[in-house]
Design a protein. Structure first.
Length: 99
């Protein structure tokens, strides 16, 4: 995972796979920045991501819940293929916006 922070917005550039192997590292890094007050909104960029399991859904839902308490938002961008299908089936688009 790589990330950029600009004007309180964190763009999280995800690796090829978002799964249980890297989920807690991603969660910890994002939460640290949010709790330090450096981030108000998060954009998850799936351009390079080809696989996501339920851990990925958990990462997104958890950051949504955290930021909601801080009046922030979570967005997603560059979603396609299997990842798109997961978002549709899971209902994530009901609470997460595309950017």
């Amino acid at each position: 995972m790589n990330y950029e922070i600009k004007n309180g917005e964190m763009r999280v550039i995800l690796d090829k796979e978002l799964d249980h192997h890297n989920a807690s590292l991603i969660k910890d890094e994002i939460d640290d920045m949010v709790l330090q007050g450096k981030v108000r909104d998060i954009i998850f960029d799936f351009e390079k991501t080809s696989f996501m399991d339920s851990s990925g859904i958990g990462i997104i839902m958890g950051r949504y819940k955290l930021l909601k308490t801080l009046d922030g938002k979570v967005y997603v961008t560059n979603i396609s293929g299997n990842i798109e299908r997961i978002f549709v089936i899971s209902g994530l688009y009901k609470i997460i916006e595309r950017k």
